[in-house]
Design a protein around this ligand. Structure first.
Ligand SMILES: Cc1cc2nc3c(=O)[nH]c(=O)nc-3n(C[C@H](O)[C@H](O)[C@H](O)COP(=O)(O)OP(=O)(O)OC[C@H]3O[C@@H](n4cnc5c(N)ncnc54)[C@H](O)[C@@H]3O)c2cc1C
Length: 509
């Protein structure tokens, strides 16, 4: 008969769903292709001392009473899995030639800072920030399925939100006539979406921007501890996670998924697993391709037809014999632009593979927690993140291994040049360790199609009403990942818990 819940993939939404089900007394079996749990959120070791989280840098919705906290409470993990706050006076430090803006938690303070930088555009700034606030409030009402009278009470905000349904961030910048430099400073956290403002859904930007204003967090014992705690919850309720199991076939009886076949990546053996319900944490579009698109209803086929978000380039480094605090680093991220037109800058990197004026994120997790178990004594972790084109890297890797390595070096050097010119003059001299990841690294270690960063692309067409949900139109088969819910740490926690709530009627939030 198999297990109650057979789960393909151990990404965050799968682990949250699995932990909640296991705690509720259900049998859970997770099949994971990689050797580590956590998907994009997995932690890997380099040598004896270095431990890097693959992708996660900072997270939102983790404060007391917020989504992540409520889920952890349900799992009785909230006392052990705790979070440290970023600096509320400036959790994201936006830097570009001639301009610096620290994004504060307080909206009035943000408005004051912007007006000080752009005194000739105070009216436009006020209009834009008001629209952000109303959209955020409207989105809250729309997504919380409030009773009608509550929606009626917020009708202004709800309408304001609806009018932006098909808008990009750029559309709203343009509507309010914000100066280009102000646009860039506000949108410099673009690596959180891997999209330029002229493609990014305004909704998506508003949710993340205002979400981080409510609180930006880093786990006290690093992301590895969060993932390990979910795994431990599953195992201690007699659930199981099997690694190195790559699912390459779904077994159907009519319209019902009854199990899967997985290749054991160590032995090459094909093994069949059965479950009363199959939960698909691997990419839904890829899974549907394996199953056969014709098996799905036309409505679901339409929702499955999404483009992937763009891929990325990441450098994991440690530095020694330097106090980064003296150079402007701290309990915040730094987002850097080398020029003021963000759409053009991202296009130049992504489309033309030209990194001569890079825009990128710098994160320094060491400032956020006292736990130094992730690196050698006396060293600091510095991670650099930017966009990269999957097709270009894939082709380079397959046709010219040396050119592939040269390009990786070139991108790293372009970012290091900017760091030395703008932040730490002799940064390279302090680098103790470095390793880089390209779009193909993402594909190889996170099993994500086209090395995508956030699942389906967060453009207006795919972030609104036509977005895929857990529903698959097949019996007892549910999607549960970033593309069939919401991406990000908080987004995937929500996705896993929401599916648990839907299938059990047990309330989490
Ligand atoms: C560069 C980058 C930076 C990011 N930074 C942040 C951040 O700072 N904050 C934040 O909140 N979010 C961030 N994110 C997003 C966040 O990491 C993801 O949205 C989230 O972790 C996705 O979780 P998921 O549940 O969709 O599963 P995934 O992480 O996609 O996991 C899917 C799992 O399924 C497994 N799998 C796939 N195919 C198979 C198969 N055939 N058989 C068996 N197993 C399979 C994979 O190995 C993987 O473990 C970042 C993402 C990227 C790429």
């Amino acid at each position: 008969m198999g297990t109650d819940y057979l789960i393909v993939g151990s990404g965050l939404s799968a682990l949250v769903f699995g932990a909640l089900m296991a705690k509720a007394g259900k049998q859970v079996l997770i099949l994971e292709a990689h050797e580590y749990p956590g998907g994009f959120g997995h932690t890997f070791s380099m040598g004896k001392y270095h431990r890097f989280n693959a992708q996660l840098h900072y997270v939102w919705n983790c404060g007391e009473g917020q989504t992540v906290n409520r889920i952890l409470r349900k799992l009785e993990l909230e006392k052990d899995v705790t979070f440290e706050p970023f600096d509320r006076n400036g959790f994201d430090h936006m830097r570009m030639p001639g301009y610096a803006l620290d994004i504060p938690a307080d909206s009035q303070q943000l408005s004051d800072r912007l007006c000080q930088l752009f005194p000739g555009h105070m009216k436009q700034i006020a209009g834009f920030l008001r629209e952000v606030e109303r959209t955020a409030s409207g989105l809250g009402v729309l997504s919380s399925h409030q009773p009608f009278n509550e929606v009626f009470g917020h009708v202004g905000d709800t309408l304001s939100s609806l009018r932006n349904l098909n808008c990009t961030l750029q559309d709203v910048f343009d509507r309010h006539g914000l100066p280009l430099e102000a646009q860039t400073l506000l949108a410099l956290q673009w690596p959180d979406f891997m999209l330029p403002p002229d493609q990014l859904a305004f909704y998506s930007w508003v949710l993340l921007f205002t979400g981080y204003q409510e609180g930006a967090w880093y786990p006290t014992k690093h992301f590895e501890h969060v993932v390990d705690s979910l795994v431990t919850t599953i195992k201690s309720a007699d659930g199981e996670i099997m690694y190195g199991q790559q699912v390459d076939k779904f077994v159907l009886a009519g319209n019902r998924v009854v199990g899967v076949e997985a290749c054991d990546l160590q032995t090459g053996e094909s093994i069949r697993y059965e479950g009363s319900h199959t939960i698909c944490n691997m990419d839904p579009q890829k899974a549907a391709g394996i199953i056969g698109l014709e098996k799905f209803s036309s409505g679901i086929r339409k929702r499955l037809d999404y483009p992937y978000s763009y891929s990325n380039f990441i450098a994991y480094c440690t530095v020694k014999d330097i106090d980064l605090e003296e150079y402007g680093f701290g309990r915040w991220n730094i987002f850097h632009a080398s020029s003021s037109d963000l759409n053009a800058a991202i296009n130049k990197m992504y489309v033309h593979h030209d990194y001569s004026e890079p825009s990128f994120a710098i994160s320094t997790p060491g400032f956020l927690t006292d736990d130094i178990s992730d690196r050698p004594q006396g060293q600091q972790i510095v991670e650099l993140l930017t966009i990269a084109d999957y097709d270009y890297f894939k082709q380079l890797k397959e046709t010219d291994g040396k050119a592939y390595k040269r390009k990786k070096k070139e991108i790293l050097n372009a970012m290091l040049d900017q760091i030395e010119a703008n932040y730490v003059p002799d940064f390279r001299a302090h680098i103790a360790f470095k390793i880089t990841g390209s779009p193909t690294t993402n594909e190889d270690y996170c099993w994500c199609p086209r090395g995508n960063s956030y699942g389906s692309s967060m453009t207006p067409a795919y972030f609104g009403l036509g977005r895929l949900t857990h529903q698959s139109s097949l019996e007892n088969f549910h999607f549960c990942n970033a593309s069939s819910g919401y991406p990000g740490f908080a987004g995937t926690f929500w996705t896993g818990a929401k599916l648990y709530q839907t299938l059990t009627d047990d309330k989490v939030f």
